[in-house]
Design a protein around this ligand. Structure first.
Ligand code: FUB
Length: 442
């Protein structure tokens, strides 16, 4: 097992991709209730094309550990969509969160629907029918400082229209945005220092195509959200694995971040072109407001604050696990009551929680878990796997995969802030345990 940990160790401290429990793409990021939320496309492990069927929502308070909130909306939840749940976005208005999703209807037309929730993480309930007068894909919502909402989407160019306060109807006829030179898809608007920025994946000389030249990620600037915009050119381009790039830009606590996807975790896999990975990096602007070339990193941005080990930590809020389809990967699941948990944990799977503050030390480790098998052993490592095991906790049978119980074990962990790794050990190819949450005490 540890032989194959070597590549993991060499990338210690990495936080990109930010989503590891599944392939993901097209991140639309928003700050809601002092957390960063990401609404992303979900590329299935067995994807043969972009024929997606559901969305997960992700969020983080520290920009290092990301919570997978589970399935927030399914194709089957739509009143009209039949296939291809592509790049989504979300907006808040008057106590409701509105999920905008593009999909194909029964005739194969690309249209855009709206689903509503009282929570930014869903689940979202569909409103009847797609938005009238909108044909296209890749909806993005821009709410201006005065509260005016705009819907932007891709339909042979970047289109825009104001929305009515209902957030489900256009307040004006859609029109093409002027100045989006080389536009391909995935428009996004943000406002900074009095300027409106339109960003979008763009045609690149040589064309788009698998194994081809990929896309540029271009931008243009205007004094009004609806344009006209002045084209500025690319600030980055599609990354490892080529093909498309698509994302969003958002400010939080005085810093600007760019979310995007690449194909770095599926290079060499069958159908890699449909298996993407969401990343984020710090953005930089010149004094005159131009976007400086985006530096892709594996480290990602600085973690905003440590996690309190003495508080309940949702097991599905992690920095990393092995890449999707990796031998040591772990994913998330949800039960019928809406509880999202980590699991089933297979022997050899590992998960990393970054920046866990153990205060003066920890003498007890509590896990809220379920196991229909022997449960195996959870080994705890601090700061790296491969060094001494910090603690080993034996898990007991709980009576079933949905029989949740809290089990504890004695630990003698030092104080301070550490990266915590849980490694699952035991016999049982159908899984050792499901882990809902954990915490420590002194
Ligand atoms: O994820 C499916 C499609 O691929 C998106 O809608 C496009 O923007 C491209 O990223």
């Amino acid at each position: 097992m540890f032989g194959s940990m070597l590549c993991f160790l060499s990338s210690a401290f990495a936080s990109n991709p930010i989503i590891n429990t599944a392939y993901s793409a097209d991140p639309s990021a928003h700050v809601f209730n002092d957390r960063m939320y990401v609404y992303a496309s979900h590329d299935r492990n067995d994807a043969q094309e972009f024929d997606m069927i559901d969305y997960h929502v992700y969020s983080s308070s520290d920009l290092r550990n990301w919570r997978d909130h589970g399935i927030a909306f399914r194709l089957a939840d739509s009143t009209w969509a039949k296939s291809h749940l592509w790049a989504p976005d979300c907006a808040y208005k008057n106590g409701n969160y509105y999920l905008y999703y593009p999909a194909q209807d029964a005739s194969g037309r690309p249209l855009i629907g709206v689903a509503i929730s009282h929570s930014p993480s869903g689940p979202f309930v569909d409103t009847k029918g797609p938005i009238a007068r909108v044909h296209g894909i890749d909806p993005a919502l821009f709410v201006d400082d005065d509260g005016t909402p705009y819907l932007i989407w891709a339909d042979g160019g970047a289109k825009i229209a104001r929305l009515k306060p209902s957030m489900k109807e256009l307040a004006e006829s859609p029109h093409m945005i002027d100045g989006a030179t080389d536009f391909f898809e995935g428009p996004w608007i943000f406002h900074r220092n009095g300027h409106y920025y339109l960003t979008y994946p763009a045609f690149k000389a040589g064309g788009v195509g698998r194994g081809g030249h990929g896309q540029n990620y271009d931008y243009a600037i205007s004094e009004h959200p609806e344009g006209p915009y002045v084209y500025e050119g690319p600030f980055t381009q599609s990354g490892p694995g080529g093909d498309n790039i698509h994302g969003s830009q958002v400010e939080w606590k005085g810093k600007w971040y760019c979310f995007y996807h690449d194909f770095s975790t599926s290079v060499g896999h069958e159908n890699q072109g449909y298996k993407r990975a969401v990343k984020m990096d710090l953005m930089d602007f010149s004094p005159d407001g131009l976007i400086r070339p985006l530096q892709w990193t594996t480290s990602g941005p600085v973690m905003l604050h440590p996690i309190d080990a003495y508080s309940r930590i949702e097991a599905e809020t992690m920095n990393r696990t092995d890449v999707p389809e990796g031998d040591h990967a772990i994913t998330t699941s949800g039960d019928s009551s809406g509880v999202v948990y980590l699991g089933p944990a297979l022997p050899g799977a590992w998960v990393e929680y970054s920046g866990v503050d153990l205060h003066s030390g920890a003498n007890t480790f509590y896990m809220h878990l379920a196991s229909a098998t022997g449960g195996g052993v959870v080994d705890l490592y601090l700061d790296r796997i491969g060094g001494p095991v910090a603690a080993s906790c034996t898990v007991r049978y709980t009576g079933g995969w949905d029989r949740w119980t809290t089990q504890s074990c004695a630990t003698h962990l030092p104080g301070g802030v550490h990266d915590l790794y849980l490694v699952f050990r035991g016999e049982g190819q159908s899984g050792l345990l499901n882990l809902d949450w954990f915490r420590f005490s002194n």
